[in-house]
Design a protein around this ligand. Structure first.
Ligand SMILES: Nc1nc2c(ncn2[C@@H]2O[C@H](COP(=O)(O)OP(=O)(O)OP(=O)(O)O)[C@@H](O)[C@H]2O)c(=O)[nH]1
Ligand SMILES: [Mg+2]
Length: 445
């Protein structure tokens, strides 16, 4: 049996749960699902899930029922989930059965990519300050932090308290580069809520537990405060070993990686949100490439299996259909991720896709309108025609929060479980990451 591991993550949320739910749904109901739009020669049957004991399982049936029976988007998921399934495929002679192991991990954890990448606390600290210094929107909070940690007899408690205030500021400003990521999303999957800065800084922790918190320290402070630096190094290594390395090792040792990018949300969110999320994609690429700053990641992870990376512009049905046809959505995705793609090893093949896993709109009567059931102020889920912003040809030099508009909609689904939702592009992503592997990459087509 051919086994393949596929990791899925999302940038600016991304739509991971909907993507994986509808993909599994189509595989399960393949016979009736009209999964393939163009390629017809593959048939899939006998779908079953293989329980992965001891792991948090992706709750496919619950999410599917929420979409079908409740016509509601699945609830937010904050944890790492796995789903293992088997099916028979009709197009190949060599393998009758195929098993896919999916790993769905929250984008928030990617903020720890620099921790995975930096084998030492000192390297990570320098990396963080370089990043903060480069960016006006981060540097104000970082400068304040630097002023607070400059004292020579600083305690761990004072240093981590000051850093927690920085992280709380970032949470309130919707900055995604929050690392250690447990501050935003703890090990149990509990996510920081929007509350006062002081409360956030008090309630959340920046480390594995209260006693092992850590904060980046500039070189001068590390030198002046040897005991503190030593303690931080120890806490950093514990966190890295327990939370970061296992996840990133699993990601790096997947056969394929799907990076879902929510471009409409990035446009709505403004330029800073774009910059931050692009940095996260770059960090992720460094980790999977093993080329990371100061680290010997390659030896550590034995990064040999990753062969395919699919960058996917998700939720494409929120964009005017003209912008799908003229290639702007794909082009924006490419512009955003091209440098990350450059960093991937040569043996990794990557491609760019556009996809809406649960296609819930249709073209409106004008070029820049869509018809669907807007989420806001629409409890009866009535279909309406609404305007959407045309996509820019390339990412603008500057833009603000809500300069662009792509209203969210209710999902369009049938109650009949045999009929998974309409999709665009899901089949192509699936073929690329799971089925059609070129000869020379160790797999048959
Ligand atoms: N129009 C449209 N909206 C989508 C689609 N997929 C996801 N969405 C929207 O995006 C939201 C988040 O999707 P999820 O699949 O839950 O995203 P996620 O990446 O799992 O998010 P977290 O669980 O919060 O990490 C949904 O509640 C929908 O509002 C899609 O195919 N089309
Ligand atoms: Mg989710």
């Amino acid at each position: 049996m051919k086994r393949r591991k596929i990791a899925i993550t999302g940038i600016a949320s991304g739509g991971k749960t909907v993507f994986l739910t509808t993909l599994l749904w189509h595989l399960k109901e393949f016979k009736d699902s009209k999964f393939y739009k163009e390629v017809k020669e593959v048939t899939i049957s006998d779908f079953s899930n293989v329980p992965s004991h001891g792991n948090k399982e992706f709750r496919f049936y619950k999410h599917r029922d929420s979409l079908a029976k409740g016509r509601k988007w699945p609830e937010k998921t904050n944890d790492i989930h796995r789903f293992r399934c088997e099916f028979s495929r009709g197009d190949r002679k060599l393998f009758k059965k195929q098993q896919l192991n999916f790993l769905d991990f929250p984008g928030e954890r990617i903020a720890d990519a620099a921790i995975a990448a930096c084998a030492s606390f000192d390297n990570w600290s320098d990396h963080m300050f370089d990043y903060f210094n480069d960016r006006a929107d981060y540097s104000e909070a970082a400068c304040q932090f630097l002023r607070e940690v400059e004292s020579t007899d600083l305690s761990t408690d004072e240093a981590t308290r000051a850093y927690r205030r920085v992280l709380a500021r970032f949470v309130l400003d919707y900055k995604p580069l929050i690392s250690p990521s447990v501050f935003l999303l703890d090990e149990e999957g509990d996510k920081a809520t929007y509350q006062s800065l002081e409360d956030l800084a008090e309630e959340r922790i920046c480390g594995l537990d209260e006693q092992s918190q850590f904060a980046p320290l500039p070189e001068s402070v590390r030198k002046a405060n040897k005991k503190l630096a030593k303690e931080m190094r120890r806490h950093y290594q514990r966190y890295r070993k327990k939370l970061v390395i296992p996840l990133f090792r699993e990601v790096a040792n997947s056969d394929s990686l799907i990076v879902l990018v929510d471009i409409p949300s990035l446009l709505v969110g403004g330029v800073e949100r774009y910059n931050d999320n692009r940095q996260i994609v770059l960090d992720l690429a460094e980790v999977v490439a093993g080329t990371a700053i100061g680290g010997r990641l390659k030896q550590m992870f034995g990064l040999d299996s990753l062969r395919r990376v699919a960058f996917v512009a998700a939720k494409a049905d929120r964009v005017a259909s003209n912008d799908l046809k003229n290639g702007r959505l794909r082009s924006l995705l490419k512009q955003m991720t091209e440098r990350a793609e450059d960093r991937l090893p040569r043996k990794v093949e990557s491609d760019w896709f556009i996809c809406s896993a649960c296609h819930s709109t249709r073209p409106g009567n004008a070029e820049d309108t869509l018809i669907g059931a807007p989420l806001s102020d629409n409890p009866d889920r009535l279909e309406k025609e609404f305007p959407v912003s045309p996509l820019p040809e390339s990412w603008p030099g500057d833009w603000g929060f809500q300069d662009y508009q792509f209203p969210e909609v209710h999902p369009k689904t049938a109650r009949n479980l045999q009929q998974p939702p309409e999709h665009r592009g899901l089949d192509k992503v699936f073929d690329f990451v799971a089925l059609r592997w070129r000869k020379g990459y160790g797999y048959q087509t």
